[in-house]
Design a protein around this ligand. Structure first.
Ligand SMILES: *Cc1c(COP(=O)(O)O)cnc(C)c1O
Length: 309
């Protein structure tokens, strides 16, 4: 076990939709750890154990400038005594690092945790899985344990299987936001075959189903692709207003990139009678709240409403 203390996340009743007799509970994975939040904790757990067992001193990974994964790796690495290196998309961010850090709370946090950055342009970033590029990184930075972008690999999926405990077996429908598909794969693997797992992709594209099939052979799942709001990290006023209303009413903060889109989708599906009556739904709150500050900077530039914190 990695030496990160964590709380077993509670399952909370959020609301009951009387007209359809549908209940919505949320599994509060966002509360699992103060800095290594949500599914990123689950995905890192066995990877960091493996790195330690291998005798690795350094963790290297990839991410965008507001990445929850980058923040989590930096914090977990510091707590467990690893050196961490983040390969960040966007060469321009490295030109004046102090200005970048002043404007970007995610990278500022990662830096405070001791992460070193290497900024690369978008073309190079696309090569991040090629063995040539990784050899080059080993030449530049010495030996490291590599965790892919978003943290998804076999060990990450194994960690995400632990999201499901006995407390989750009472639900007919389990919902989860999807980025790379690692988290939902773990949930599917640990689900009962008579449960339905619904994934809400946070981005456009139809590659996700095959990604998920790399990690699970079960078939009791489906992706609901109508709630990406135009693509990854794209939002509109309707979504922001929904997050704010939800938080005021239920005292649970949602992030705008993943969990907010999922919960918006669940409410909409219930309203359209697309979820069977008498269902008990469990939505997994995968965290991501560290990204709100960065999103609010973008929203104020676009003169959109801000996310209340
Ligand atoms: C990374 C992330 C996801 C997506 O997880 P995947 O395993 O990549 O599908 C979902 N929710 C939050 C809050 C995340 O940070």
């Amino acid at each position: 076990m990695m030496d990160l203390n964590f709380v077993e996340p509670p399952v909370e009743l959020v609301t009951h939709f009387k007209a359809h007799n549908i209940s919505l509970h949320i599994k509060r994975e966002d509360l699992i750890h103060p800095f290594v939040s949500g599914n990123k904790f689950r995905k890192l757990k066995y990877n960091l154990q493996e790195a330690k067992n291998n005798g690795s001193k350094t963790i290297l990974t990839f991410g965008g400038a507001f990445s929850n994964h980058i923040a989590a790796v930096a914090a977990a690495g510091k707590l467990l005594g690893f050196k961490t290196i983040g390969i960040i998309r966007g060469e321009e961010l490295g030109v004046d690092l102090n200005t970048t850090l002043n404007h970007n709370s995610t990278l500022r946090f990662a830096k405070e945790q001791g992460m070193g950055f290497h900024f690369i342009n978008r073309e190079k970033y696309r090569e991040k899985d090629s063995s040539e590029f990784i050899e080059k990184l080993k030449f530049d930075f010495g030996d490291f344990y590599l965790i892919p972008e978003g943290g998804t690999n076999e060990l990450a999926v194994k960690g995400c299987e632990e999201i499901m405990t006995d407390a989750e077996s009472n639900f007919e429908i389990i919902c989860c936001a999807v980025g790379t598909g690692g988290t939902i794969s773990g949930i599917i693997n640990a689900s009962h075959s008579d449960q339905k797992v619904l994934g809400f992709p946070a981005l456009k594209g139809d590659f996700l189903s095959s990604e998920i099939r790399n990690f699970t052979s079960k078939t009791n799942w489906e992706l609901v692709t109508d709630y990406h709001f135009g693509g990854y990290a794209k939002v509109n006023g309707e979504l922001i207003n929904f997050l704010n209303k939800f938080k005021r009413k239920y005292q649970i903060a949602l992030d705008p990139i993943y969990t907010g889109k999922m919960i918006f989708g669940i409410f909409d599906l219930i309203e359209k009678s697309s979820i069977p009556e008498n269902s008990r739904i469990l939505a997994v709150h995968t965290g991501g709240l560290q990204g709100i500050e960065g999103m609010n900077k973008q929203l104020s530039k676009k003169k959109l409403p801000l996310i209340e914190i």
